[in-house]
Design a binder for this molecule. Sequence first.
Ligand SMILES: [Zn+2]
Length: 315
Amino acid sequence: MLVKQCLQMGDLLLIRYSIKRFSKLIFLQLLFINSIMNIGCINSNNSSCLQSNLIKNINNQTYKTSNAQNISWHFDKDFNSREQERVKKWLEFCLSSTNSVIGDYPFIVHFYLKKSANASEIVPWAHTIRNREQGVEFYLDLAFDDSILYSDWTAAHEISHLSLPFLGIDKSWFSEGYATFMQEQILIKMGVSSSKMVEEKYMQKFAEYLPGFNSKETMVSCCDSFVEKHNYPAMYWAGAYYFYLIDNKLKDDDLRLSEVIKIYQKNCRLKNESFQALVHSLDSISNHHYFSDYLKVFSSKPASKIVSEWRNNKL
Ligand SMILES: [Zn+2]
């Protein structure tokens, strides 16, 4: 049953690669425009260049093997030692960046690596492992160079999933929304995006997908309907909107969702809580009821009202 659920979760990811390709295309185009115009930086709210930041972060000792003892590596035998070192450096960087944002994981993270050939992108396929082991299986086409490897968001997304327990396929809107929101926060830490770029991306994605929820049904019901129609990006970004709203509320108290997750990881993650218990824990940690309040909104209010309130900036 668990294996089947994991595969279904993986299926969702496969569909999502269409958005991923588009996002990457935009990123690479920006880098290209940056280089031909010699404008120095694509980070409009910081004078230093994102590319320089990324390279600096990768080479920063603090991002190196501090988590080496918390990773269990499972390479297929067709990886040579040089390829293994390359992949280890990348995933140690991604895990360390994730830990910086949402805290250390209180368990060993298992990384399974398999090769993919002639793929259209460097990570054509990845999915989490959610049984007695907590980990991620990646398929990699190593023909792509490091600039593409380090700007890919797959690892940030998949690794962030592990900070919450597996909640079941019927809560995909919640878990995928969480990882979709959090991957962007991790990409800021990695130096791939700036805060301003991420905020603009959230706005762009909400503007793209939320109008499609103009329905008498609830947001959660609409998400289920979108999944049945294989419109996975709508479900991912509606879920991300839930976490975006909570993060904004928490900012009023100088708190962030990422800080709440840090405490959750430390005190609650190993309990593998049910969905309701998880929401209760997050409320308790943040000392507010935002998680349960917005859950009520998303599961009982007509989605059309939420869309209207989003348009009027009233949620
Ligand atoms: Zn996911």
